[in-house]
Each structure stands twice: as structure tokens, then as C-alpha cells.
Design a protein around this ligand. Structure first.
Ligand code: HEC
Length: 201
């Protein structure tokens, strides 16, 4: 996709590693919208004799999942793949500008709780991120046709998790059990309506 020429704010004053936030101006450039898949990377290895990546420790069959993003590649591996594909790696500035879009920090660390994340969920499915754009996703079209309903389901989860937090502070284990079930119910309500059932493994 094309990222237009212009200014953006790079960095984040609230994170020592990323401070200070500062303005950067870049010329226009193109960047892939999705990660390089196992399929794409293994094609590169097959054509060039480049060694295939070691499987990750967390999932034995990972490399057989063709649509998963490739992992365990070094910067040199990645640069080699890009040359093969007639592309190049983005600079740090280019990556950050593409990832954060207009204004919002890349990750809202302050909201790194279930209730905080639930509120953000509607923004994770922007227009053009559904199956019609070639993205493999379990998200149903209703997320986009019924955005208000999806936002309400996310807000319901945020409410139930906030309640769980309160109940947990009270220390009543039975009340916590009941509230944990209410949280699970809020997960299921949204999944039933907005997510296709996962394929059995
Ligand atoms: C507002 C709607 C909504 C709520 C609330 C919600 N989810 Fe989801 N969830 C989704 C959608 C949509 C997907 C499919 C995303 C995709 O495939 O791109 C998903 C996917 C998932 C997945 C599969 C991820 C994967 O990589 O395959 C898990 C696990 C999951 N949700 C767990 C939960 C849990 C646990 C909760 C409650 C604490 C929850 N979800 C609440 C909408 C929701």
C-alpha cells in the first residue's frame, strides 16, 4: 500500500526507550500491508537454497501453517527475501509511520488490561481488513456492516472485566467465580455474532 509523503510523530514521551516524541517527514513509499508468510518465505528458500528457519519452540507444526507469518529469521535473511521479491526492508521511520497511522501510538501500554484492550477492539478491524481484501480472518462481515453492535459487544466486555476487577479487590471467591463466568459470556456473545467458528484442529 502507498503511504503518502508527509510528516508524522515518531517516538513516545511516556516510554524511556522511545522518547522523545519528535516530528519526522518522509517521502512517499510503498509497504506490504501483511506480514511475509511461511509460504512466501519457503518459496524463497526453495528457489535460492537459502536455509529454512528453525521451527519456533511454541508450536511444532508452525512451518506447515502456510498463512502464518514467518518467524526465526535474521535481519540478513529478511533482507535476502526482500531482494528475491524485488523489494527492500523499510527503515525504522517508515515502519513506524505505517504502523501507527494518524496520531495514535503504536500500542497503548497504559491500557494494557482486558478492559482497556476491549475498548480498543473496534479500531482493530478498520475498513479493508476483512476477507474482501484477501485477509485470512475469522472476523465476519457483520463487524463492518454492524459497527455499532460490534462496539457495543466490546463495551460489554470492558464493563464485565471492570466489574471483575472490583469483585477481585473485594476478595469474595464465589463472587469472583460468578463474575469470571460473566466475562466469559461477554466473550462468547461477541464471538457468536462476529466470528466464524474456528476450524477444528
Ligand atoms: C467485541 C467482540 C469480541 C469480544 C468481546 C471478544 N472477542 Fe475474541 N475475537 C473476536 C473476533 C472478531 C475474532 C476473530 C479475529 C480474526 O480472525 O481476525 C476473535 C478471536 C479470538 C481468538 C482467536 C485468536 C486466534 O489467533 O485465532 C481468541 C482465543 C479469542 N478471540 C478470545 C477471546 C476471549 C478470551 C475473550 C473474552 C475475554 C474475547 N475473545 C472477547 C471478537 C471478540
Amino acid at each position: 500500500m502507498l503511504v503518502r509523503e508527509g510528516e508524522f510523530v515518531m517516538g513516545d514521551d511516556t516510554l524511556p526507550d522511545a522518547a522523545p516524541a519528535h516530528s519526522v517527514t518522509l517521502p512517499a513509499y510503498y509497504i506490504d500491508r501483511l506480514e511475509v508468510t511461511n509460504r512466501g518465505y519457503l518459496e524463497y528458500c526453495a528457489h535460492t537454497g537459502h536455509p529454512t528457519p528453525a521451527p519456533p519452540s511454541w508450536e511444532a507444526g508452525y512451518a506447515q501453517q502456510e498463512d502464518y507469518p514467518v518467524v526465526n529469521v535474521s535481519r540478513d535473511d529478511a533482507a535476502g527475501f526482500c531482494r528475491f521479491a524485488g523489494k527492500r526492508l523499510p527503515s525504522e521511520e517508515e515502519w513506524e509511520k505505517a504502523a501507527r497511522g494518524s496520531g495514535e501510538p503504536v500500542l497503548l501500554w497504559g491500557n494494557w488490561t482486558l478492559a482497556g484492550l476491549a475498548k480498543q477492539a473496534p479500531s482493530w478491524f478498520p475498513k479493508g481488513s476483512g476477507p474482501e481484501a484477501g485477509v485470512k480472518t475469522a472476523a465476519k462481515a457483520e463487524i463492518w456492516t454492524d459497527a455499532a453492535g460490534f462496539a457495543a459487544a466490546a463495551s460489554k466486555l470492558a464493563d464485565e472485566t471492570a466489574k471483575l476487577q472490583q469483585v477481585a479487590a473485594g476478595g469474595d471467591i464465589e463472587a469472583m467465580r460468578a463474575q469470571a463466568r460473566a466475562v466469559g459470556g461477554a466473550c462468547n456473545t461477541c464471538h457468536d455474532k462476529y466470528r466464524t467458528a474456528p476450524e477444528p484442529k
